[in-house]
Write a protein that binds this ligand. Structure first.
Ligand code: ARG
Length: 552
């Protein structure tokens, strides 16, 4: 119906930018701002209004229109509109909001991508969670998604790790506690390198040996990698995240040379102080090879990009990586442009994770292990749940869903380019803008619905004429648009905020209105209403990567 209104207005105005707003609090059910169109046509808004009102008047769901302060205000037959929208949601269930926008289109998504032999840091949690949510949003839009974990399993850190291992490594300690020990070695290397310049050179030499396939060096690398991967996999299981491919940086070892040759053939390479580079407009040159011949992060990313294009024929490629790599991805795009491609390459950037306002870093040793954070969140969630509902079955499953949900929501609720604070106490409260608040709202609905039977025929739709019902109906009607917007802008926070709005509206409603009333017509209208809210809330949570709950 909203689509129909939009369509008609577009035609009469001969313009694609028609905005339909849903003003709060009964001023109108829908409102269309007319200023911009009036300005464009050089007439007053009232003149535009007269034209537009004419073409929407005969839509059966519209009671009347009115001109007010430059807006076309539309009043709907709320009972009819409510019935149509709510029944539509009920019949589509979790497919409500699903679209085929991306039919026959493939999106490659590169996210999580932690570095081997280092702890999976909370920084990588951001990439994992944002990437996972975007994956769901694209799939919801009908796209085929190929998710790739571009593991950092190559590069200078391995040179450093190998040098440190040879200097101070203790096999028994490492075998007992691999990642912790490797992490310690890495930190120790950086401390020592501050006073000893030779160490950095040794690390570069070790990396070169690795690249040349020196068997002893390769064996060490493989060992570090196996140990790390095992731990990463446990974490992904816990978070409910999976990937279509784990092709990390080392996967491209034997694929880079042809790419470098291609760059050469295109006449793009230049030698600068021994290093091989490609000059780019308006930004620093891209480093392809160091003076000692070693390849770089960029060389691998360019090779990976071309490989993925050949392998998956993507229509779009998305990299979920922190703000600090903005330049890198601009360079990568520019580089591929120079090679004659025109990839739709999106860098989905995000801010840092701060603990007590301070940046975390693996290098300084002031890192927080994701594992510790996750386990603490789950433990705290369990304490909170035990206090609220001591007789709950499956306490551990629920605690896990709540603890992890809290982390996810805390991550996704704000615009992603901003830094986020990691404060378990805040994110685990049952009130305010938190994961537990959303899950708990869903639990409330589930407990009301548990012992009732829905009978649509008996519902008295006149209930939806009332403001506090219709406000929520309008919100529910917006869900498909919200998903689309969140996808287009790669902004899960749009969906997160929407869900908070929806839960708040439901809770306000719940405070005002008795849902399980005697009168059958009203009772059924209420049940239909909250069932629709539940469907949207649950699907919204799922899209964010959270687990909706019936009990907690
Ligand atoms: N491993 C990198 C890091 O932790 C992120 C890799 C992102 N993906 C990519 N294709 N560059 O900084």
């Amino acid at each position: 119906m909203i689509d129909l209104i939009k369509q008609r207005i577009k035609t009469v105005l001969d313009h694609d930018d028609v905005i339909i707003e849903t003003p709060k609090k009964g001023m109108a059910d829908l409102a269309v701002p007319l200023f911009a169109h009036a300005r464009k046509q050089g007439v007053s808004p009232k003149v535009v209004y007269d034209k537009v009102a004419e073409v929407v008047q005969d839509i059966p769901e519209i009671v009347r229109t009115e001109f007010s302060n430059g807006f076309l205000n539309i009043f709907l037959v709320r009972s009819v509109v409510g019935e149509v929208i709510l029944k539509d949601i009920l019949s589509r269930d979790h497919t409500y909001g699903t679209s085929d926008e991306g039919k026959d289109k493939t999106v490659v998504m590169d996210y999580s991508s932690p570095n081997i032999a280092k702890r999976f840091s909370v920084g990588h949690l951001r990439s994992t969670m944002i990437g996972n949510a975007l994956r769901h949003l694209y799939e919801k839009g009908g796209y085929k998604v190929v998710s790739i974990n571009h593991l950092g399993d190559w590069g200078t850190q391995f040179g450093k790790m190998i040098v440190a291992y040879r200097l101070w490594g203790d096999d028994t300690l490492i075998k007992a506690n691999p990642i912790d020990e490797l992490q310690k070695l890495y930190v120790r290397f950086h401390k020592a390198a501050e006073d000893d310049d030779a160490l950095e050179q040794q690390a570069r030499d070790a990396l070169l040996k690795l690249e040349q396939g020196d068997s002893e060096t390769v064996m060490l690398w493989q060992w570090f990698k196996d140990e790390s991967l095992r731990e990463f996999m446990d974490m992904y299981d816990l978070l409910g995240v999976s990937f279509d491919a784990h092709a990390g940086e080392s996967f491209y070892n034997d694929k880079m040379e042809p790419v470098v040759e291609q760059l050469d053939k295109l006449g793009l390479l230049r030698i600068d102080e021994g290093a091989t580079i490609v000059d780019l407009e308006d930004m620093p040159p891209a480093l392809i090879k160091r003076s000692d011949g070693a390849t770089l992060y960029m060389t691998r990313d360019l090779t990976a990009l071309l490989y993925r294009h050949e392998t998956y024929h993507f229509d779009k490629i998305i990299y979920v990586v922190g703000n600090e790599q903005k330049l890198h991805f601009r360079q990568l795009k520019a580089l591929s442009d120079k090679m004659g491609h025109d990839f739709d390459l999106v860098h989905v950037n995000f801010g840092l994770v701060l603990v007590d306002g301070k940046k975390m870093s693996t290098r300084s040793g002031r890192y927080t292990r994701l594992e510790d954070v996750v386990n603490q969140a789950i433990a705290d969630a369990k304490t909170a749940i035990m206090a609220k509902n001591p007789n709950l079955q499956d306490k551990d499953d629920v605690a896990r869903a709540v603890g992890i949900g809290a982390l996810i929501f805390n991550d996704l609720k704000n615009e992603r380019h901003l830094d986020i604070d990691l404060n378990l106490e805040h994110m685990l409260t049952f009130e305010g803008h938190t994961g537990p608040y959303l899950q708990y709202s869903g639990v409330r609905i589930a407990s009301i619905l548990k012992d009732s039977t829905l009978d649509l025929v008996k519902a008295d739709m006149s209930a939806y004429e009332e403001n506090h019902y219709f406000e929520v109906v309008k919100l529910l009607a917006q869900f498909p648009e919200i998903i689309e917007k969140a996808r287009l802008q790669h902004a899960p926070n749009i969906l997160a905020r929407y869900l908070i709005n929806l839960a708040q509206s439901f809770n306000t409603f719940y405070g005002k209105e008795k849902i399980l009333v005697e009168e059958e017509g009203r009772l059924q209208a209420n049940l239909l209403f909250i069932k629709a809210i539940q469907i949207v809330l649950f699907e919204g949570l799922r899209l964010l990567g959270m687990t909706p709950l019936d009990e907690m």
